[in-house]
Ligand binder design. Structure first.
Ligand SMILES: *Cc1c(COP(=O)(O)O)cnc(C)c1O
Length: 403
């Protein structure tokens, strides 16, 4: 019955739950066990041979984790998924499954720092090379593909400058060359953007962010469009031991049940705050895909079901003003991460993207004064009042020339 639901909220609430298989349980039970007894030696052998589907050992699969994998696969519209211990374990799974010595990767920038770091620091040692092009530049992406390119890897909206990648164009370029398009869909999440609809072959998530949504778990997942890739990805995750724990999976499943409500509320807050910030005299510029001032506003409307809840902005007083703002907020928390129910503020140049060299930061639009605000589900009035009092402190501290 649950497989018939069509809506995004319904899929988040019912996806992955087969109550009849769990004594009628309406919440998936936590199978907190490392191994599973076989009813007979023959059945044990059949499970190892893959001719029988029952569970074997939790690193190789567990019913609670399977429920989460099915839920996210349905939300994204993929054929199946493999849960991982962290978002970075999901990224590692994809790279190890798709790349070998001599291969080349085309990626977009800016990219989640550690994901690019894996390619430049570790996969480079294994003979894999990579080229990064600006997220908004579809022409450069197509031009960077070479005969030895084996993967196109993108993030949209990009973190932290909120540039967008045109997913249909990226898929077209990748498929023209016969290589898969991989999309890290952590920022938007499946409630707002489903990359398979635009031709992606693999979608991955840090479940740590909006899917879990409660800032209390780290986890990841990789979703495949076709069974062949799913088998390759699953084999890597299980072999390297990147797989997740049943309790972790249950917490994320619990978070996902309210995904749509949280995402829509945070997004409404973000839309209002972005417009308010844009008209504030202390603010130099605001970048948010839901504002007409975003250079790819039309693409955002076409490709996404909403602009999300992360805002990038810079104060007129630059770095010093941004630092003062971050030290002055009282409701909004100074912390990295995003997609949680509470609002978080951070400084990419010195925090999330501090490993990117200064010149490269500027090339990627990570200006020294850029502040990233991940808006949560609090009441709008409290968030706006908090920013208002913090901006008032910033303004009194600024030299008159910067005002
Ligand atoms: C957080 C994040 C990751 C890494 O996820 P972890 O759960 O922290 O390992 C990867 N990609 C993006 C876009 C992220 O925001």
């Amino acid at each position: 019955m649950t497989s018939k639901v069509k809506g995004r909220h319904s899929k988040a609430i019912h996806g992955g739950l087969d109550s009849a298989a769990h004594q009628g349980a309406v919440s998936v039970p936590i199978y907190q066990t490392s191994t599973f007894a076989f009813p007979s030696a023959e059945e044990g052998a059949a499970r190892f041979a893959g001719t029988s589907q029952g569970p074997i050992y939790t690193r190789l699969g567990n019913p609670t984790i399977a429920a989460l994998e099915e839920c996210v696969a349905r939300l994204e519209g993929g054929c199946g998924a493999i849960g991982t211990a962290t978002g970075m374990a999901a990224v590692s799974t994809v790279f190890l499954a798709l790349l070998k010595q001599g291969d080349h990767v085309v990626g977009t920038h800016p990219l989640y720092g550690p994901s690019r770091g894996l390619l430049e620091k570790y996969f480079s040692r294994l003979g894999v090379t990579s080229t990064f092009v600006a997220a908004a530049d579809s022409t450069a992406l197509a031009a960077a593909i070479r005969p030895e390119t084996k993967m196109v890897y993108v993030e949209t909206p990009a973190n932290p400058n909120l540039d967008l990648v045109d997913l249909a164009a990226a898929a077209g370029a990748a498929h023209q060359a016969g290589v898969p398009l991989v999309v890290d869909n952590t920022f938007a999440g499946p409630h707002l953007q489903r990359p398979f609809e635009y031709g992606a072959d693999v979608v991955l998530h840090s479940l740590t962010k909006s899917l879990n949504g409660h800032t209390d778990v780290v986890a990841g997942i990789v979703v495949a469009r076709e069974p062949e890739l799913l088998v390759a990805l699953t084999t890597v995750a299980r072999s390297f031991g990147f797989t997740m724990d049943p309790h972790q999976a249950w917490l994320v499943l619990r978070g996902i049940r309210t995904l749509g409500m949280r995402v829509e509320r945070a997004q409404a807050n973000a839309q209002a705050l972005a417009a308010w910030l844009e008209s504030h005299p202390a603010v130099e510029w605001v970048r948010f895909p839901g504002l007409a001032s975003h250079p790819q506003y039309e693409l955002a409307k076409r490709q996404m079901d909403g602009p999300g809840s992360v805002i990038a902005f810079e104060l007129r007083g630059g770095v010093e003003a941004g630092r003062r703002l971050m030290n002055s907020v009282k409701v909004i928390t100074l912390a990295v991460s995003l997609g949680g129910i509470e609002s978080l503020i951070e400084h990419p140049a010195s925090m999330t993207h501090s490993t990117v060299p200064r010149e490269e930061q500027l090339r990627q639009g990570i200006t020294p004064g850029l502040v990233r605000l991940a808006v949560g589900c609090e009441d709008l009035v409290d968030l706006r009042d908090d920013l208002d009092q913090a901006l008032a402190l910033v303004e009194t501290a600024l030299p008159s020339t910067a005002r």
